[in-house]
Design a protein around this ligand. Structure first.
Ligand code: ISE
Length: 318
């Protein structure tokens, strides 16, 4: 029997996941969607039951597994409710807003593995190929990882520290996963005075250095790039566009306007892996766990605290 999934939140991300479960992911069926806005919930429901409240959806007997795409501040309560009822839950990043809340989730989930976190870049074919090259020793020991993370324009609701907590949190997770490492210190430079650009340098416990350029108003499109420099070679993402347009003496490649365009396959592969894991009872080794969610929140909290001072030590907060 397919897995009966309820999606909490019918914004951009919830709506996208709901469509994946309704139309694309095998072994899954969308049975419920919740959102305080009934019109929005209905538009993403594909005929599934609509709830106003996420907690009601979790408690419904219709629902066997839950995807949380509600606003960040609601994640903790919803994930805890799913754990209490023994229902697997895939929570969009961040797992919860504070280290204390994440810790509570990790403790409640201990030995049960009900919780997964939506760090979907771990399923991106480009990052995976980079990891495979690195793990096979093809570029030797990693020394440096350069990351670029640009948004077309900052969403209206973005405030100062969200450049770290909402966007750079992806690099915090993906570089840890790729390099199989923890961070030890950081230096942070706010570039310009608009508060939309940040250059971070993260040092790792294996001696590698990670540089991250964050630019929230890049104007030309959504652009994520990464390159690892190793002792014997480098591995870098090719430019993401699938096609090149040649015309009038020039060649063009397009950028998507947002992360769904760039990472649609990663979300699809992640959601499929989650459904497979829930149905088989065997956890997917690449999926971010509650512990990964706790570590990411711990690092971003420290980075935000250090931001005015331009950096400081980092420790894995457990
Ligand atoms: C969004 O939540 C993401 O996941 C994107 O990757 C990031 O670029 C964007 O700034 C976030 O709001």
């Amino acid at each position: 029997m397919s897995l009966a999934i309820g999606v909490i939140g019918a914004g951009v991300m919830g709506g996208f996941h709901a469509r994946l479960f309704a139309e694309e992911i095998s072994g899954a069926r969308l049975v419920a969607v919740s959102d305080p806005d009934p019109g929005r919930a209905g538009a993403s429901a594909y005929g599934a039951q609509v709830f106003a409240e996420g907690l009601e959806l979790i408690e419904s007997d219709l629902v066997e597994a839950v995807l949380v795409a509600a606003p960040d501040a609601a994640h903790h309560e919803l994930v805890m409710a799913a754990i209490r009822l023994g229902k697997p839950v895939l929570c969009e990043k961040p797992l919860a807003s504070t280290v204390a809340q994440c810790r509570e989730i990790v403790e409640a989930d201990a030995g049960r593995n009900l919780v997964s976190v939506g760090f979907m870049r771990r399923f991106d074919p480009a990052y995976r190929e980079m990891k495979a090259a690195l793990d096979a020793g093809r570029i030797g020991a990693p020394l440096l990882m350069h990351c670029v993370h640009r948004n077309l324009e900052a969403p209206r609701w973005f405030d100062g520290s969200m450049i770290v907590t909402n966007a750079m949190v992806h690099e915090i997770d993906i570089c840890r996963w790729l390099l199989d490492t923890e961070y030890t210190s950081a230096s942070l430079t706010q570039v310009g005075d608009a508060g939309d650009m940040l250059l971070a340098e993260l040092h790792t416990d294996r001696g590698a250095v990670v540089s991250v350029e964050m630019f929230m108003n890049a104007a030309y499109g959504y652009h994520v790039h990464a390159e690892i420099v190793g002792r014997e070679g480098t591995v870098a993402m090719a430019e993401p566009a699938q096609v090149r347009l040649r015309r009038g003496g020039a060649m063009q490649a397009g950028y998507s306007s947002d992360w769904i365009g760039r990472f649609a396959d990663s979300y699809r592969l992640q959601d499929q892996a989650w459904v497979r894991a829930c149905r088989s009872g065997r956890p997917c080794k690449d999926m971010a766990t509650a512990r990964d969610g706790l570590l990411a929140t711990g690092y971003y909290q420290q980075l935000v605290e250090h931001l005015p001072a331009g950096g400081g030590p980092l420790t894995p907060r457990m």
